[in-house]
Design a protein around this ligand. Structure first.
Ligand code: ASP
Ligand code: MG
Length: 441
């Protein structure tokens, strides 16, 4: 079994879906395919949610219509244009824009939006109910299209296979509970399909469900994590993430000059990169793979002859270039007890558990005698955290619009260049890594 994951950018158009179909056709063994929402659908559905939560029916419908039209256009382009080499097993032509399974999803979502009155405190719950439709739609369209092209496959509802906790918008998959469910679907008997064993499975990234059956999402860009957990549970020989880049680079070419491509990384390299904010893979992706020694390939979607990068336990060529990672949307908090008592362990524990409770992610910690500085992800709950700290007699200084630059394997030139930067507020250095919290450039 191999696991493939396709991100939103790779399936943003009919052409992208055809390319996916080509890549899937090239694999002759068992294949589990995880797909994200098409293009910028998750953002678009977040926008639908905002209007819905604000109680603006008309704006909600308009926002929904934008997404609906986008998907319908892709469907029309796909099903109007049957590839010449489609095998004889392909189904009779289905009228464009009306795949019944897709219509059902549109209907369900429309119904939710039209008939429910959300409570403001249920924002996270509604987020997951609504935004999860992005992946349900993309996988349904892709599964239908693959069938249509003779690549018989089975669509899997990951809300029923990945059992998660109820931390909406940032749920964790309970691997132990999910494993028998997923294995049973993939390796068990399937009623009605017994003569032909399905070897291709299509499942949604980014989503799961609570034991009570409420949909959950796993955090933005969480499809990589879904794919890694699927690979772990199915004991896959490898996971391949198909992306719109050559492989893993030492820096984001849109931000830094002179980037180079890195052919091999260890799991440890990768987890550090992801944690520092490299957008290449979701931070939760590595652990499930490392635990079962499953290699992760990051390959260019546009050219399947190119090898891309591999992440695995042992590598032949350690990385010998500095790696630069910029994490956006940061806030620097400086916290000090009003009574000047030293910030000690018991105080730390209270502050950290408060941040944990509000799901605020900490990216850098620095402490002195009476001061604790924390660089955290911007979050809609930050104000509540700061208010609570005030109640607990802390003085809090708050710098928003910050970013966190991490340079791994820095050189003195690089260090000087970025550390002297006038907006640099805080620098932390170890032998290998320098991290700079700076005002957004
Ligand atoms: N569709 C989700 C997002 O855009 C998950 C993913 O793409 O990995 O964040
Ligand atoms: Mg994505």
């Amino acid at each position: 079994m191999k696991v493939y994951k396709f991100g939103g950018a790779s399936v943003r158009s009919a052409e992208g879906v055809r390319n996916l179909c080509d890549i899937v056709r090239g694999e002759t063994g068992d294949l589990f395919v995880i797909v994200s929402a098409m293009g910028k659908t998750t953002n678009a559905l977040e926008h639908v949610l905002e209007q819905f939560m604000a109680g603006d029916r008309e704006a909600t419908q308009q926002a929904f219509a934008v997404s609906e039209t986008y998907h319908r256009e892709i469907i029309a382009a796909l099903f109007d244009n049957v590839p010449e080499d489609a095998s004889s097993t392909h189904r009779p032509f289905v009228a464009p824009c009306s795949l019944p399974a897709v219509e059902e999803l549109f209907g369900e979502l429309k119904n939710l939006l039209d008939s429910c009155e959300p409570k403001p405190e249920e924002y996270e719950l509604w987020y997951d109910r609504i935004v999860s439709y992005g992946e349900l739609l993309s996988t349904t369209i892709i599964s239908e299209y693959l069938n249509h092209c003779g690549l018989l496959n089975r669509w899997i509802d990951m809300r029923q296979c990945f059992i998660t906790d109820a931390r909406h918008r940032d749920a964790d998959i309970d691997i132990e509970r999910s494993a028998p469910l997923l294995k049973n679907i993939v390796y068990g008997e399937c009623p009605g399909q017994s003569e032909i064993r399905t070897r291709i499975f299509i499942g949604q990234g980014f989503i799961g469900g609570t034991p009570e059956g409420e949909p959950t999402t796993l955090g933005r860009e969480g499809s990589d994590y879904s794919a890694a957990v699927a690979a772990h549970i199915l004991d896959a020989e490898s996971l391949t993430i198909w992306k719109d880049v050559e492989g893993i680079l030492n820096a984001d070419p849109k931000i830094f000059p002179d980037t180079v491509y890195i052919p091999e990384l260890t799991y440890l390299d990768a987890i550090e990169l992801a944690y520092s904010g490299a957008q290449i893979i979701h931070p939760k992706t590595i652990k499930p793979l490392q635990n079962k020694h499953i290699p992760l390939y990051v390959r260019p979607f546009g050219d399947k002859t190119r090898p891309g990068s591999v992440i695995k336990g042992e590598i032949d060529h350690p990385i010998d270039v500095p790696i630069l990672i910029l994490k956006h949307n940061q806030v620097l908090l400086s916290i000090r007890p009003n009574d000047f008592s030293f910030v000690l362990e018991d105080r730390f524990a209270g502050i950290f558990s408060l941040l944990e409770r509000y799901n605020v992610k900490i990216n850098l910690i620095q402490s002195s005698a009476v001061n604790l500085s924390l660089c955290v992800d911007r979050s809609r709950h930050l104000e509540e955290v700061v208010n609570e700290l005030h109640r607990q007699q802390y003085r809090v200084v708050y710098n928003s619009d910050m970013e966190l630059l991490t340079i791994r394997g820095y050189t003195s030139e690089l260090c000087d260049k970025y550390d002297r930067f006038p907006g640099a507020y805080l620098t932390q250095k170890t032998r290998k890594i320098v991290r700079i919290v700076r005002k957004k450039v």
